[in-house]
Ligand binder design. Structure first.
Ligand code: ADP
Ligand code: MG
Length: 224
């Protein structure tokens, strides 16, 4: 699904040059769930953005399902740390924003939206506004929005970082179930090693400045 080879990303300003990623090699197979763990500032977000085509690479290459990544990629789903919902739109309309932006056929999008609302336990809240939801529910809405177009690859950047411990565990169980049901490839960035190990087939550990992969661990026990 993803092939990253010798990827280096440097940010240069008048004052300094930061090597955010240094010579990263990573392959993610179709249907795999990979977690990327590491301390703040080690380049986790930069790595996800490079896969999504939101950050230019300085050298090396990124391929998504065989094609070189150049500019923003359409066939992915992206979940940010903050739910980033539109306050004036209902749950349903926030999810369907994805369909509007992509010009998806309306009936199919509505059907998929209903399925996702059911799958993530949001049934009964279709017409609620974001401020009427808990943090966990808001993040569920943003997960539904990221899954609406059935992306082959789902990229998640510390999606549960702002949630309390119990909600976070609940969301982890749900995410694992959704991954099994949809078969989508997932790359999840987290600074929680427990979360990384619980969810993933493989955990990639990074070190900061310059951002490098220091270890890759296969997880034998999965969350069944
Ligand atoms: P993480 O997500 O692991 O906390 P980031 O990928 O956000 O780390 O950042 C890695 C490094 O790159 C940091 O030192 C950060 O300051 C720097 N960086 C990230 N994005 C930019 C940018 N757009 N411009 C300049 N420096 C950046
Ligand atoms: Mg980050």
């Amino acid at each position: 699904a993803i092939a990253i080879e010798n990827l280096t990303v440097r940010f240069t300003s008048k004052r300094a040059t930061v090597t955010a990623l240094d010579d990263i090699d990573l392959r993610v197979a179709d249907g795999e769930f990979v977690s990327i763990a590491g301390p703040s500032g080690c380049g986790k977000s930069t790595l996800l953005k490079a896969v999504a085509g939101l950050t230019d690479s300085t050298s090396g290459s990124v391929r998504l399902r065989g094609r070189h990544v150049k500019g923003p990629q359409r066939e992915i789903g992206y979940v940010f740390q903050r739910a980033a919902l539109l306050e004036w739109r209902s749950v349903r309309k926030n999810i369907l924003l994805q369909a509007e932006m992509r010009g998806m056929p309306k009936a199919a999008a509505a059907r998929r939206c209903d399925q996702l609302i059911e799958m993530t336990g949001l049934a009964g809240f279709e017409n609620a506004l974001p401020h009427e939801l808990s943090g966990g529910m808001q993040q569920r809405v943003s997960l539904c929005r990221a899954l609406l177009h059935e992306p082959g690859v789902l990229l998640m950047d510390e999606p549960f970082g702002a949630l309390d411990a119990l909600t976070r565990e609940e969301m982890n169980v749900e995410l694992h179930r959704i991954w099994r049901e949809t078969g989508t490839t997932v790359v999840l960035v987290t600074h929680s090693v427990a979360e990384a190990v619980y969810l993933a087939n493989r955990v990639v550990v990074m070190s900061p400045r310059p951002g490098r992969i220091v270890e890759t661990l296969d997880v034998e026990l999965s969350a069944e």
